[in-house]
Design a protein around this ligand. Structure first.
Ligand code: SAH
Length: 389
């Protein structure tokens, strides 16, 4: 499969991928034979097949230029046009004054061909006629990019899934928070480009990852736990267009890692609530906490408390306490699955917010949750269990 001119051997077939964009410029009244001849010569001399041309591209002002329209029709491809202003923004090797005066952009053929990126295979050339009434340039479009949104799990290497590992190796560009990059740097292929950034700058990270994929690269955007849970997947996919492939690799989120440490707190209906009011107004958070309290859901609090944000957790626990007994089990797990993991099982009445920080999740049981042999257990509520009690 190639866009290059090749001589197929016996019993060989050549498939033509639609990889080439031909930018064309034409003076008013340029004959179709001149435009088409120019394009065909340019392709042939560059060793490229006309069957791989995906589209002709030009400036809006030439959308009705008969020689150009007919050339596209003869090649069997669509004619795509762009505004002069858009074209003027494209960096090209051969700008000139003539099109600037005529249509308002220093380049038509090269700029239109390069509009969506790619490699300039044939720089601007003019038709052989005198005076020359047509120009063209040929670009090979970038390959289709791939964005893998990869959850790294809570920290322990053996909670990183084999699929996540494979995606990290496949990536030619890795985008993520520096502390997460450190966690998996040894798993990358040598030569992988690493674009790491500090806390915050989420949207910029998302934009960077998508922009790299749109250039045809294989990009891995990483996040701790599951990358779709209070993490990068949403801002990235909000940016992404349908011209890239996207794959998600699920990870073990903090609530699950903490649940396994505590026992079986999530055995019945449960919910996660982030107490960070950075992106969500507190009234919204409070309404959700209240709804969870009333619905008797087990609740896991993410982002429960930071240095500058200390009143939200006591407030949220207070709302739950309006609907649950003081002895309701509460699990506090810090750095689940990491070297300095710690956990404590306490109660709604006794939980000490000072033991909680940003590396922690707090799981509050429902009205049926019990502490059994030092473990937090939320019954499934099967009938046979009730009968046995
Ligand atoms: N995408 C992550 C969550 C990001 S929000 C996930 O799926 O786990 C960041 C919050 O997650 C932290 O403030 C903390 O509350 C929680 N968290 C993440 N990793 C944790 C871990 N190993 N142990 C305990 N809490 C963790």
């Amino acid at each position: 499969m190639t866009d290059r001119l090749v001589e197929p051997g016996e019993r060989e077939a050549v498939l033509r991928p639609p990889t080439l964009v031909v930018g064309v410029g034409a003076s008013k009244g340029a004959p179709v034979a001149e435009v088409l001849g120019l394009v065909e010569d340019a392709l042939r001399e560059a060793g490229l097949s006309a069957a791989s041309v995906a589209e002709l591209a030009t400036v809006d002002a030439k959308a009705g230029e008969e020689g150009v329209v007919a050339a596209a029709r003869r090649l069997g491809v669509p004619l795509v046009t762009y505004g002069a202003e858009e074209l003027a923004r494209i960096d090209v090797p051969h700008p000139s004054d003539a099109p600037l005066a005529a249509v308002g952009t220093p380049s038509v053929a090269e700029a239109a061909a390069l509009m969506r990126g790619g490699e300039l295979l044939v720089p601007k050339r003019k038709s052989a006629a005198r005076p020359a009434m047509a120009t063209c340039a040929v670009v090979r479009r970038p390959g289709r990019g791939r964005l893998a949104v990869v959850g790294l799990g809570p920290g322990a290497r053996d909670l990183l899934t084999p699929r996540a590992r494979a995606e990290l190796r496949r990536a030619s560009v890795l985008v993520g928070l520096d502390q997460y990059v450190d966690q998996i740097r040894d798993l990358l292929r040598p030569g992988t480009r690493v674009l790491e950034s500090g806390l915050g700058a989420e949207e910029e990270r998302a934009r960077t990852a998508v922009a790299q994929a749109r250039r045809g690269r294989a990009v891995a955007l990483i996040g701790s736990g599951d990358a779709g849970v209070y993490a990068m997947a949403s801002p990235a996919l909000a940016e992404a267009s349908d011209d890239i492939d996207v794959v998600g690799v699920p990870g073990v989120t903090a609530a699950l890692a903490a649940g396994a440490v505590l026992g079986a707190p999530l055995g019945h209906d449960h919910v996660s609530i982030s107490l960070s009011d950075l992106h969500t107004p507190w009234e919204v958070i409070e309404r959700r906490v209240r709804a969870a309290a009333e619905a008797d859901l087990v609740v896991t609090f993410y982002n429960p408390r930071s240095r500058g944000r200390d009143w939200q957790l006591p407030k949220a626990l207070g709302i739950l306490a309006e609907h649950r007994a003081p002895a309701t089990p509460v699990g506090v797990v810090r750095n689940a699955s990491r070297a300095d993991e710690s956990s404590r099982l306490t109660t709604l009445a006794a939980v000490d917010p000072a033991t909680v920080d940003m590396m922690t999740v707090v799981t509050v049981g429902n009205t049926a949750t019990r502490e059994i042999a030092g473990r937090m257990v939320t019954p499934r509520g099967y009938r046979w269990q009730e009968e046995a009690q």
